[in-house]
Design a protein around this ligand. Structure first.
Ligand code: PMP
Length: 429
C-alpha cells in the first residue's frame, strides 16, 4: 500500500500542530504507526491522498449514519449556503431542528443548539447545578463526555472519595466535585447515593458506552439510576452524543424505555457539521438564558448550514425500517467476525446495540469497563493493522465503538469478513 503523501503530510503536520492532529485519537497513538490523510469520502468508503480506498467503520465517529457525502445532505448544505453562512440572528431552520428533536425524543420538550458534544455536556451540567443548587456530579469509569474540566477526572481511591484531575490544567478543587462509579454496578450506585445523594446535582452517563469499546447496560441498570436520581432529587443526564438517533430513532432512552431529565446530542444531528444540543423538560430548559438565569450562549450556535445538514440527516434516519436494517447489518458483520476468530482460535467476542458495535479480544460477553480494559490490546493493534492493510478502517483504538452506516452493503460486509479471516490467522504468529 502506497502511503508517501500521507507520510509527507504527517511530517508537515507535526511541525505545526500538537501531535500532528486536531484531536488526539486521530494520531494512531494507541495502535502505533501513522494516520492516513483523507482526500474524500463517499458512501461506506474513505479515499486517502495516495489513492487508497478503505471501507470505513468509524463514520467520522458517528455522524455518517447514512454514509459519507450523502446526496440529500450535500444538496441541503449547498442550497442553504447560497443564502449566507452565518447570521448571528434567528433563522427558521433552528425552529425546524428544535421541533424535530422534540418530536423524535419526547423527553426533550425544549432544546438549545450548541457547536459540539463537549459544549452540550458542559452546558447540561451547568444547568443541572443551576437547577438543583447543588455542586457535585457523578460520572462512570470509561464514559467520555468531551473535554470539559469536570469530566477529565478519575476516581479517587473509592467512589466516595474526591475525584482526581485526569489532565494537568484541571483544578483539584473542581475535580473534587466529580464522583466516579463503575458502569453496570447496581450496588456501587446505591451506596454512593445513600451517602452523598442529597449533594448530587446530576448523574451523567452514556446509556450505551461507546468510549470504552461498546458496553450495553445490564437489564434494569438505567431504570435503577432513574430511581436513585428521582429519590434524591438529582437530575439524570443521558449523554446521547453517540447513541442518539443511532441505537434507535429515539436513542437509548427509547430503546431501554427510561426517560432522563436532560439529554445531550451531537454527531448525527449535525450531519457531519459541528453541532451539539441539549434538551429536557420545558420547566428545566426555561432556566437557560435568556428565558432563565443559567447562562449559556454561542456565536455560531444554530448555524443555518449546520442545521440544514442535520435536518437532512434526521430526515434520512426516519425512513421506515432504517434502524432495523442497520441492526441486521451489525449482526451480519459481528457474526462473521466471531466465526472468523473462532476458525483461527483467537479469543474474541462482540457487543452489538443497534447501529453500533464493539470488538473485544477476550471471550465474552464483556459489559464492564474493567472487562474492556482486561482485553488483549496488543492483539487488537495487530488486528487493526492487518485489516487496514486490506483496506478496512476500524477505529484506531481498542476502546472505541464501531459504527455501521446504511451505505454499507452486503459487498462491504462480506469483504470485511473475508479480510478478517486472513487477519485473525495473521495475528497469531
Ligand atoms: N459525549 C460522547 C458520548 C462522545 O462520544 C463525545 C465525542 N466522541 C463527546 C461527548 C464529545 O463530543 P465532541 O467531540 O463533539 O466535543
Amino acid at each position: 500500500m502506497q502511503t508517501d503523501r500521507s507520510q509527507q503530510l504527517f511530517e508537515r503536520a507535526r511541525q505545526r500542530m500538537p501531535g500532528g492532529v486536531n484531536s488526539p485519537v486521530r494520531a494512531f497513538k494507541s495502535v502505533g504507526g501513522e494516520p492516513f490523510f483523507v482526500q474524500r469520502a463517499e458512501g461506506a468508503c474513505l479515499f486517502d491522498v495516495d489513492g487508497n480506498r478503505y471501507i470505513d467503520y468509524v463514520g467520522s465517529w458517528g455522524p455518517m449514519i447514512a454514509g459519507h457525502n450523502h446526496p440529500a445532505v450535500l444538496e441541503a448544505v449547498v442550497r442553504t449556503a447560497r443564502d449566507g453562512l452565518s447570521f448571528g440572528a434567528p433563522n427558521a431552520l433552528e425552529v425546524d431542528m428544535a421541533e424535530t428533536i422534540a418530536r423524535l425524543v419526547p423527553s426533550c420538550q425544549m432544546v438549545r443548539m450548541v457547536n459540539s458534544g463537549t459544549e452540550a455536556t458542559l452546558s447540561a451540567v451547568r444547568l443541572a447545578r443551576g437547577a438543583t443548587g447543588r455542586a457535585r456530579i457523578v460520572k462512570f469509569e470509561g464514559c467520555y463526555h468531551g473535554h470539559g474540566d469536570s469530566f477529565l477526572v478519575k476516581a479517587g481511591s473509592g467512589a466516595l472519595t474526591f475525584g482526581e484531575p485526569d489532565s494537568p490544567g484541571v483544578p483539584k478543587a473542581l475535580a473534587d466535585l466529580t464522583l466516579t462509579l463503575p458502569y453496570n454496578d447496581f450496588d456501587a450506585a446505591t451506596a454512593l447515593f445513600d451517602t452523598a445523594g442529597d449533594d448530587i446535582a446530576g448523574l451523567i452517563i452514556e446509556p450505551v458506552v461507546g468510549n470504552a469499546n461498546c458496553l450495553p447496560p445490564r437489564e434494569g441498570f438505567l431504570q435503577h439510576l432513574r430511581e436513585l436520581c428521582t429519590r434524591h432529587g438529582a437530575l439524570l443526564i443521558f449523554d446521547e452524543v453517540m447513541t442518539g438517533f443511532r441505537v434507535a430513532l429515539g436513542g437509548a432512552q427509547a430503546r431501554y424505555g427510561v426517560a432522563p431529565d436532560l439529554t445531550t446530542f451531537g454527531k448525527i444531528i449535525g450531519g457531519g457539521m459541528p453541532v451539539g444540543a441539549y434538551g429536557g423538560s420545558r420547566a428545566l430548559m426555561e432556566r437557560v438564558s435568556p428565558a432563565g438565569p443559567v447562562y449559556q450562549a454561542g456565536t455560531l450556535s444554530g448555524n443555518p448550514v449546520a442545521m440544514a445538514a442535520g435536518l437532512a440527516m434526521l430526515e434520512l434516519v426516519q425512513a421506515p425500517g432504517f434502524h432495523a436494517a442497520l441492526e441486521a447489518k451489525v449482526h451480519a458483520l459481528c457474526d462473521g467476525l466471531e466465526a472468523a476468530a473462532g476458525a483461527a482460535g483467537v479469543p474474541f467476542s462482540t457487543q452489538r446495540v443497534g447501529g453500533m458495535f464493539g470488538l473485544f479480544f477476550a471471550p465474552g460477553p464483556v459489559d464492564t469497563h474493567a472487562g474492556a480494559v482486561a482485553c488483549d490490546t496488543a492483539a487488537f493493534r495487530r488486528f487493526f493493522h492487518a485489516m487496514l492493510r486490506q483496506g478496512i478502517y476500524l477505529a484506531p483504538s481498542a476502546f472505541e465503538a464501531g459504527f455501521m452506516s446504511s451505505a454499507h452493503g452486503e459487498a462491504e460486509i462480506d469483504a470485511t469478513i473475508a479480510a478478517a479471516e486472513t487477519a485473525f490467522f495473521a495475528i497469531r504468529d
